[in-house]
Design a protein around this ligand. Structure first.
Ligand code: F6P
Length: 321
């Protein structure tokens, strides 16, 4: 019996998505299945943009950032009409299942397809690490290491000029990159969208206190969700007299060659997607829990919640002198 799967990447790209595509394609082909690469996420799916994947179409991509299938954010996929269209293309293309590599929003699209009778498997891929059902999402390790290296460099020039530096990292509504990057660079301040109460006076006071204590720099990691880094820099300089600069790292955090952790987990998760389908599973989301690759029913997965890890937050006050 012939079996056809589709695979797509959706939402913001993340380093390691290519490794996941490669694993899905190679493991699928090993089962003797037909594998269709869907271009440009759900937007491409709605236009029927697919291409036949072979073993060689995923050669030499495990170490490449971005996604060879391209990605997009699709407003239309949030509408009933768009979802129906996407489901009908899956049927037209005779897909027995669709593997969706992306974040929470992409999984909501997958859930809509599942409700329309399409078998979907989700693989978590976003640098933001904000998918509630999983401890890890493909791309986070690479992105946070990119941010960490950038902050190390900014610290050099910040110390030479005895400045305060605000470094804005990605994370529109989640502070995971800011928190991990802030702890791993020994930043003096970390502003998270989940917790920051807008108390700039407290920030000013810490800048002044550190300066009095002889510190040559003051690094503030600011999450995108808090934002306004340029204006904040001006206010800090005006209130403290310490020269302050802002750097917004932006999209460079989404690119680059994936780390070993991202390549490995992407590969494990891609293979898991195929073995689930081979075992007859329907509508699952793959996750990492306590360092183990697991999978959940899609409705159960999307009902989960997660908070910023308390154990990391508790570290912060202990490091402020
Ligand atoms: O990939 C996640 C993310 O990087 C967020 O942190 C950010 O807010 C968003 O994507 C921006 O992406 P885009 O401009 O491509 O929509």
């Amino acid at each position: 019996m012939s079996f056809t799967i589709g695979v797509l990447t959706s939402g913001g790209d993340a380093p390691g998505m290519n490794a996941a595509i490669r694993a899905v394609v190679r493991a699928g082909l090993t089962h003797g299945w037909r594998v269709l690469g869907v271009l440009r996420g759900y937007a491409g799916l709605m236009n029927g943009e697919t291409r036949e994947m072979t073993s060689s179409s995923v050669s030499e991509i495990i170490g490449r950032g971005g996604t060879i299938l391209y990605t997009a954010r699709s407003e239309e996929m949030m509408t009933v009409g768009g979802q129906a269209r996407a489901a009908s293309i899956c049927r037209e293309k005779e897909m027995d299942a669709l593997v969706v590599i992306g974040g929470d929003g992409s999984f909501r699209g997958a859930q809509a397809l599942a409700n329309l009778g399409i078998n979907v498997i989700g693989i978590p891929g976003t640098i933001d690490l904000d998918i509630p059902c999983t401890d890890y999402s493909i791309g986070f390790d690479t992105a946070v290491n990119t941010a960490m290296e950038a902050v190390d460099k900014i610290r050099d020039t910040s110390s030479s000029h005895e400045r305060c530096s605000i470094v804005e990292v990605m994370g529109r509504s989640a502070g995971y990159i800011a928190l991990h990057c802030g702890i791993s660079t020994g930043a003096e301040d970390i502003l998270l969208p989940e917790l920051y109460n807008g108390d700039e006076k407290a920030v000013f006071e810490r800048v002044i206190k550190n300066r009095k204590a002889g510190k040559k720099h003051h690094i503030i990691i600011n999450a995108e969700g808090v934002g306004h880094s340029e204006e904040m820099a001006e206010r800090i300089e005006a209130a403290t007299g310490v020269e302050t600069r802002a750097t917004i790292l932006g999209y460079l955090q989404r690119g680059g060659s994936p780390t070993c952790r991202d390549r490995l987990l992407a590969t494990q998760m891609g293979v898991r997607a195929v073995s689930l389908l081979a075992a007859g599973a329907r509508n699952r989301i793959i996750a990492l829990k306590h360092d183990e690759v697991v999978d959940y029913d899609i409705n159960e997965a999307l009902a989960m919640k997660k908070d910023v890890p308390q154990e990391l937050l508790e570290i912060l006050p202990l490091l402020k002198r």
